[in-house]
Design a protein around this ligand. Structure first.
Ligand code: PMP
Length: 387
């Protein structure tokens, strides 16, 4: 999926919650969003160990931590969305696959709308909704793509195109940071328009928070909530267990009750007690370490300082950001590759994204602080100069 650059072929491990390479060199991780509260955070690690020693079954035997996690997730959602049902699963792909299956099942339709270079997962159904992975020339007639600056009109036009082709809209899937498209964070107005046009066309709206959830925006735990949207489904994954595999689909009971397979969807490891404890510990740490205001502060500094670099380096075309998700559009993908490699050689890990692979993707664990931001900016400037 182009998420892990092939140039990063070193072996890493974690020492005292810091990433080190095979030679013991400390690395500044500005790439990995899964360890959202920091690598091997002791509260998450201990929660996992404690629960592993106590009991690990599955969601057929309802056990307190998984009920508590479901309740805490629901309580964190904006009340106006009316989300009241949760299913815990193992990966973002599985969460999106279930959201898609329910949306297609209750609407009786098979059309989907996504952004041009979206990534939503690896299952057969969701690979069709993930143009980032499509081989050259591959098209799916039941999937329409809207441009990165799309709003209500573009979605209405895409839905009309689907209907014309005999594939009425079942669901629109949106990652509000448009991360794999090259980081184009949505505005409140555009997201509202996308949701509205989806509903007007009779479709359901899926807020894919696998990348942008868990405080990455620095505004709210959930980016769609910060943007004031009211989705029909929210899907969570990646950072949810800080590395322990756990993911979730949230929706409304009335939608689930209309789903022909309601009650028969079960995933063995989904919502096992250990996964649930990891999920609870992550929520605790984000709250207790006040990570969301921290992200806002550090993200703004990083964006401002990279913006300053842009005035001295014309090879930086634009800088786009949402909290601690920053995309630095360079003028050329070969240059972007060299910069990622040069940064790694200086001990700072970042990635690349976008259809042209020419956007530097900066997406660190949320404990990244101001000092780290300054180290990153210095390494970036040095890497641009040495290019
Ligand atoms: N949605 C988005 C926005 C993602 O970025 C990803 C993974 N990169 C997924 C879904 C799929 O998650 P997973 O790899 O856990 O299946």
């Amino acid at each position: 999926m182009g998420d892990i650059p092939t140039e990063m072929d070193l072996v890493y491990r974690v020492l005292d919650e810091q990433l080190v390479d095979v030679d013991g060199r400390r690395l500044l991780d500005a790439y990995n969003n899964v360890p959202v509260v920091g690598h091997s955070h002791p509260r998450v690690t201990e929660a996992v160990v404690r629960q592993t020693r106590t009991l690990n079954t599955h969601a057929r035997y309802v056990y307190e931590p998984l009920v508590e996690l479901a309740e805490r997730l629901l309580a964190s959602m904006p009340p106006e969305a009316g989300l009241d049902s949760v299913m815990l699963v193992n990966s973002g792909s599985e969460a999106n696959d279930i959201a898609w299956r329910i949306a297609a099942g209750v609407t009786g339709r098979d059309g989907a709308i996504v952004t041009p270079f979206a990534y939503h997962g690896v299952t057969a159904a969701i690979a069709d909704l993930s143009p980032e992975e499509w081989p050259e020339g591959f098209e799916v007639s039941r999937v329409e793509r809207i441009p990165v600056d799309a709003g209500e009109e573009a979605v209405a036009a895409a839905a009309a195109g689907l209907a014309e082709a005999g594939h009425d809209l079942a669901a629109t899937f949106i990652d509000a940071g448009l991360t794999s498209d090259g980081v184009y964070p949505l505005t409140r107005e555009r997201l509202a328009g996308i949701v509205q046009a989806t509903h007007d066309a009779g479709g359901l709206f899926v807020a894919d928070e696998v990348q942008v959830g868990y405080g990455r925006s620095g505004e709210h735990l959930w980016t769609f909530a910060h943007l004031g949207a009211t989705p029909d489904f929210v899907t969570l994954g990646k950072p949810m267990g800080n590395g322990y595999p756990v993911a979730a689909v949230l929706t409304r009971r009335e939608i689930v009750e209309d789903f022909p397979f309601a009650g028969s969807v079960f995933s063995t490891f989904g919502g096992n007690p250990v996964a649930a404890q990891a999920g609870l510990a992550v929520l605790d740490v984000i709250r207790d370490e006040r990570l969301i205001p921290h992200v806002k502060c550090v993200g703004e500094r990083l964006l401002r300082r990279i913006g300053e670099l842009q005035t001295r380096h014309p090879e930086i075309v634009t800088v786009r950001g949402l909290g601690l998700l920053i995309g630095v559009q360079l003028d050329d993908s070969a240059r972007a590759k060299k910069v990622v490699d040069a940064m790694r050689d200086r001990g700072v890990l970042i990635g690349r994204t976008g259809p042209g692979n020419d956007v530097l993707k900066i997406r660190p664990p949320l404990v990244f602080d101001e000092e780290h931001a300054d180290v990153l900016v210095e390494a970036l400037e040095a890497s641009l100069i040495s290019d």
